[in-house]
Design a protein around this ligand. Structure first.
Ligand code: AHR
Length: 498
């Protein structure tokens, strides 16, 4: 094991790490809402007004800053009026996209906003462009935000919320290049303008309107959409989706090369952010439009025995490293990104929490979000990792992945340094160099690792993969050994050097 270096510049911060970079996403899909978040007031499962108490408590500990709802693809077939008013009168609809489940609409606008209130999260509502209308979305906004005496505001009050909700974040459709209407970029840009013209400030809540961006790092969609949009001013965000997908037969079965392959795909988030922001800068040099990644995560092959339309998957140590690599990428580009939302919160794709009946477990990905909380609100610092790259193979092709990667931020005199060592077998020692001669006065070191690359948590063994506090002598030596297969978070108080 050669010595790596991690050089942290304290002088030229990249930008503030907005808490919204740690956002989440909840869709009416499989067990995310029904059974995962919502069980109803009459359930035998402990709940707070119908919302599962255990899930609420677990999510509360990682303080989701923003939650996107009701989809996803579901958003472009969702009609908000179905989900307000007395629950027993709400219509039962077929969920077109996700297994034709029956949607009771018992979890609607008020219930979602109550969830956000409990968690202290900003709501982010995705509107319906594919099968909805400008009027429908504009009325949803008035219903949520208007403080005056309109029929819709009276209706909201009659449904239990006299005070407006003040929802700021609104998505104008979802994946409109696909499930949101199969638009070409020019047609979607025209639709976007038509919608945005009528989505206005109600009672002082200026909407932050988010347009549908590319599928992955698709440059063509971005160029054509922004070029057709021209100088149209009513757009604040532009949202890409990037799923790094999978490698190997399943979420829990993969070989060492497939371990590296997936982590390397997760690391491509960097290219997406840099290249999409670069393209956007050509049209929007003052960066008035913020880049958003409102769906990201791993997406494994369907789990045998589960409905493939419900996108249920286990989450292993490998997913945890993929999440850490992604969040670190967001931090390193903090000045280029305004929001990001992992897909999804509960029981779907790279879930933070899994439930079964009245049982719940925290996935390894949850623990990464927990560890990374201390970056929120900090100033992202320019950090260079110099470690031997790790070679691997995808079939006959030779590839490599960075030996160490991570991000650093500073809040007051507290430095947070998060580091991923993806090596399947070997630890990596690194010297941590702080510019300006600053020194580490004292440090805590929290680690997520396991001897098994495919380790995961089960309802029987819910703490198989968890955060461990491990001693470090980084304050004395300036060096730290990062264990193999690990995510590390070092929190250190800095002092001036001698
Ligand atoms: O997150 C699952 C689905 O993935 C979403 O509904 C859609 O937007 C994306 O294709």
């Amino acid at each position: 094991m050669g010595l790596a270096t991690i050089s942290i510049s304290l002088e030229e911060p990249v930008g503030a790490i907005r808490p919204e970079l740690h956002g989440q996403f909840a869709e009416h899909l499989g067990g995310c809402i029904d059974d995962g978040i919502w069980v109803g007031e009459d359930s035998a499962i402990a709940n707070v007004g119908g919302i599962r108490a255990d899930v609420l408590e677990a999510l509360g500990r990682i303080r989701p800053p923003v939650i996107r709802w009701p989809g996803g693809c579901y958003a472009d077939d969702y009609h908000w009026e179905d989900g307000v008013g007395p629950r027993k009168e709400r219509p039962r609809r077929v969920n077109l996209w996700w297994g034709q489940n029956i949607e009771t609409n018992h979890f609607g606008t008020h219930e979602f906003l109550q969830l956000c209130r409990y968690l202290g999260a900003e709501p982010y509502l995705a509107g319906n462009v594919g099968s909805g209308s400008v009027r429908e979305m504009r009325e949803w906004m008035e219903y949520c935000n208007f403080a005056g005496d309109s029929t819709l505001a009276r209706r909201r009050a009659g449904n239990g919320s006299p005070m407006p909700f003040g929802v700021r974040h609104w998505g104008v459709g979802n994946e409109n290049w696909g499930c949101g209407g199969n638009f070409c970029p020019e047609d979607y840009a025209a639709e976007y303008k038509r919608y945005a013209t009528y989505l206005r400030d109600f009672s002082g809540t200026k909407p932050f309107l988010i347009a549908c961006g590319p599928d992955g790092n698709n440059a063509d969609w971005t160029r054509r959409f922004l070029s057709k949009l021209g100088k149209f001013p009513h757009i604040q965000g532009y949202a890409a989706h990037y799923y790094c997908g999978t490698a190997g037969p399943s979420a829990t079965e993969f070989d060492v090369n497939q371990w590296y392959e997936l982590l390397e795909k997760a690391a491509r988030m960097d290219d997406l952010i840099v290249e999409q922001r670069g393209l956007m800068d050509g049209f929007d040099p003052e960066r008035k439009i913020g880049l958003v990644v409102d769906e990201w995560g791993t997406w494994h092959f369907p789990t045998p025995g589960r409905n493939p339309a419900h996108l249920w998957q286990q989450s292993t140590l490998r997913d945890a490293l993929a999440a850490a690599i992604t969040l670190d990428s967001f931090h390193r580009h903090a000045e280029k990104l305004v929001m990001a939302n992992i897909a999804q919160m509960v029981n779907v794709l790279q879930a933070l929490v899994l439930t079964e009946g009245d049982r719940m477990l925290l996935t390894p990905t949850y623990h990464v979000f927990d560890l990374y909380q201390s970056h929120r609100g900090g100033r992202s610092l320019r950090t260079t990792f110099d470690a031997p790259a790790i070679p691997f193979a995808v079939g006959d092709e030779r590839r490599q992945i960075a030996g160490l990667s991570g991000s650093a931020s500073l809040k007051g005199d507290v430095l947070t340094l998060t580091v991923v060592n993806p090596h399947a077998s070997f630890p990596q020692e690194a010297e941590v160099r702080l510019a300006n001669g600053a020194m580490i006065a004292e440090a805590t070191n929290m680690v997520i690792t396991h001897e098994d690359l495919a380790a995961y948590n089960t309802f029987e063994d819910a703490r198989n993969v968890a955060v461990q506090r491990v001693a470090t002598d980084i304050a004395e030596t300036g060096r730290h050994v990062f264990p193999p297969r690990s995510v590390t978070a070092i929190r250190a108080r800095l002092r001036e050097g001698k």
